[in-house]
Design a protein around this ligand. Structure first.
Ligand SMILES: Nc1ncnc2c1ncn2[C@@H]1O[C@H](COP(=O)(O)OP(=O)(O)OP(=O)(O)O)[C@@H](O)[C@H]1O
Length: 232
């Protein structure tokens, strides 16, 4: 589904060049739940942002379902990003003045769907993340884990090809982290949602199929996991 070939992302120039990604290649199959791990500064967020079309690579090739997205014109990249890619941020990125349902359906409405249809899509997405009945709460009336689940609902409402999550549990305690990871696992198991998640917590590997580890912008290991989070 995703094919990445010799991806590079350099910041700055000359002696100050930072090689955030220095030639990374891998493939991700449809329906996989993949964790990207590695020390701080190893290039995880840089990689995720390029895969989600939020940033451009300096060099290399990137295809999604055979479509060479790395060389699409910006208008098409932007359309693809809006309609096909789900992204979950560390800090939820919810709009405080809007209810949970409104936060979820704002994207559907941007796509031109009616308010009624968008609201129904939002309720279905909130139901999938275990937030039935909380559609009218604003973010301040929700726990951190619930806020992140609203953000996940917003991401899945557009039925994305792929969902990306950048340290989605970074601001959550263990209990809320488990609820969020259970939602990802459920979406992956029951709906075959392809998920790529950056994390630095070893115990999160219990939830995923595969762990890709980066070190200084290079892929240093790519392991399949069994149910207990051990390498197969
Ligand atoms: N906009 C930028 N300008 C310059 N250097 C950057 C920029 N963004 C990231 N970097 C550098 O690129 C390298 C990789 O950063 P990145 O954020 O991808 O790492 P990370 O593995 O996600 O780290 P963390 O776990 O701390 O979030 C780091 O050396 C970082 O300082």
């Amino acid at each position: 589904m995703i094919v990445v070939k010799d991806l590079k992302r350099y910041y700055g120039s000359g002696q100050n060049t930072v090689k955030a990604l220095n030639g990374v290649s891998f493939e991700i199959k449809k329906g996989e739940f993949v964790a990207i791990m590695g020390a701080s500064g190893s290039g995880k967020t840089t990689l995720l942002r390029i895969l989600a079309l939020l940033d451009d690579a300096t060099a290399g090739e990137y295809t999604i379902r055979g479509l060479k997205v790395s060389s699409l014109p910006e208008a098409e990249r932007s359309y693809y990003r809006l309609t096909q890619v789900g992204y979950v941020f560390q800090d939820y990125a919810l709009i405080n003045e809007m209810s949970a349902a409104e936060n979820v359906y704002v994207l559907s409405m941007m796509e031109g769907k009616s308010k009624k249809e968008s609201y129904e899509i939002a309720l279905e997405a909130l139901d999938k993340v275990g937030l039935t009945g909380k559609q009218d709460r604003i973010p301040d009336e929700l726990s951190g884990g619930e806020k992140q689940r609203v953000a996940i609902a917003r991401a899945i409402a557009k039925k994305p090809d792929i969902m990306f999550a950048d340290e989605p549990c970074a601001n959550l305690d263990t209990n809320n982290s488990k609820q969020v990871l259970d939602v990802f696992k459920d979406l992956n198991d029951k709906h075959g949602q392809t998920i790529v998640m950056v994390t630095h917590e070893q115990w999160h590997t219990e939830y995923v199929d595969r762990v890709i580890t980066l070190e200084d912008g290079i892929l240093v290991s790519d392991e399949m996991m069994d149910e207990s989070g051990e390498e197969k």
